[in-house]
Design a protein around this ligand. Structure first.
Ligand SMILES: [Zn+2]
Length: 310
């Protein structure tokens, strides 16, 4: 039975994952979001859940067992060990990674069952760069792919759309779902830019829109209107998953797109309107990037206000 309200899923262990001083993917990102919810007076209007640990069976839908075991074996007892040049593990990272993936699984359960119309997962490490067999770009497990696979395989959904507006191309998610007819992925990203993918003959179910450095609201919104929307409306998704990265914001030094706070409410509303008609409004949103702490907090508030109808 629907209880309504937007579910907000997080866990204190996600803030213990620490890749070292000065790493931009830092624990303060999650507290910046919490502070912004309070400042915007919406913290008490969300229904909070603690993220569970993902089970190995959930991870195995996306990642092969040797990769999962290699990540677990890399986790240090003390200090920091690198999985790749951008991504590191501390003693608390393994638990954080399982909570981040588990949040998406719980979110899918809550939304498909009708307990909540939609859910936001305020978690880290992020996931959209993680391929089946490789960590990269601050990502260890592909959280959004694990959540989408749970909706497809545990709940039997047949048409899922993944919406990725992070400034970086979600290469891992693309690799995992290329030519999977159950999934349509639409994305915008700065190009050419890390990870330098997304433009070389993407599969038919990948709707990739590269944007030049300096692109702002007008260019972003035109891409969504002209390229994302016809694809989404034609696909008629039963459920939508956001890879919600907020690093295309003009205040974010990680990249050179120039989105503003209101672009995040605008794009959320555009996508929500499609799935309101085709999929009972079912949305799961998972945090990806976003490294300017004030812009991240404000942008998440914009995104959540639309999801929660506030
Ligand atoms: Zn990013």
């Amino acid at each position: 039975m629907a209880t309504g309200g937007t579910a907000f899923i997080s866990h204190v262990e996600c803030s213990k994952h620490d890749m070292g001083a000065y790493h931009p993917e830092c624990p303060a990102r999650l507290s910046a979001i919490e502070d912004s919810l309070i400042a915007a007076r919406i913290a008490d209007l969300l229904v909070r859940y603690e993220a569970p640990l993902a089970g190995v069976d959930h991870l195995l839908r996306v990642h092969p067992r040797p990769y999962i075991e290699a990540v677990e074996a890399t986790a240090p007892a003390h200090g920091i060990v690198h999985l790749d040049p951008d991504t590191a593990m501390c003693a608390d990272t393994w638990a954080a990674a399982l909570r981040a993936a588990g949040a998406g699984v719980l979110a899918a359960d809550l939304v498909v069952s009708g307990r909540h119309p939609n859910a936001f997962c305020s978690v880290r490490p992020p996931g959209h760069h993680a391929t089946r067999t490789r960590s990269m770009g601050f990502c260890i497990f592909n959280n959004v792919a694990i959540a989408a696979m749970h909706a497809l395989e545990a709940h039997g959904l047949e048409r899922i759309a993944i919406i990725d507006f992070d400034v970086h191309h979600g290469n891992g998610t693309e690799e995992i779902f290329s030519d999977d007819a159950r999934v349509l992925m639409v994305s915008t990203f700065q190009h050419p830019f890390y990870p330098y993918s997304g433009t070389d003959n993407p599969a038919a179910n990948m709707v990739n829109v590269p944007l030049a450095a300096g692109t702002g609201s007008d260019g972003f919104r035109a891409a969504v209107e002209r390229i994302w929307m016809p694809a989404l409306e034609g696909f008629r998704p039963e459920m939508v998953f956001f890879s919600a990265g907020f690093d295309a914001h003009i205040e974010d030094d990680m990249a050179m797109l120039r989105l503003v706070d209101s672009d995040y409410s605008w794009v959320t509303a555009k996508v929500k309107n499609v799935v309101d008609h085709t999929g009972r409004g079912r949305v799961v949103s998972m945090l990806e990037g976003g490294y300017s702490l004030p812009a991240l907090g404000r942008s998440v508030v914009q995104h959540l206000k639309v999801l929660a109808g506030l």
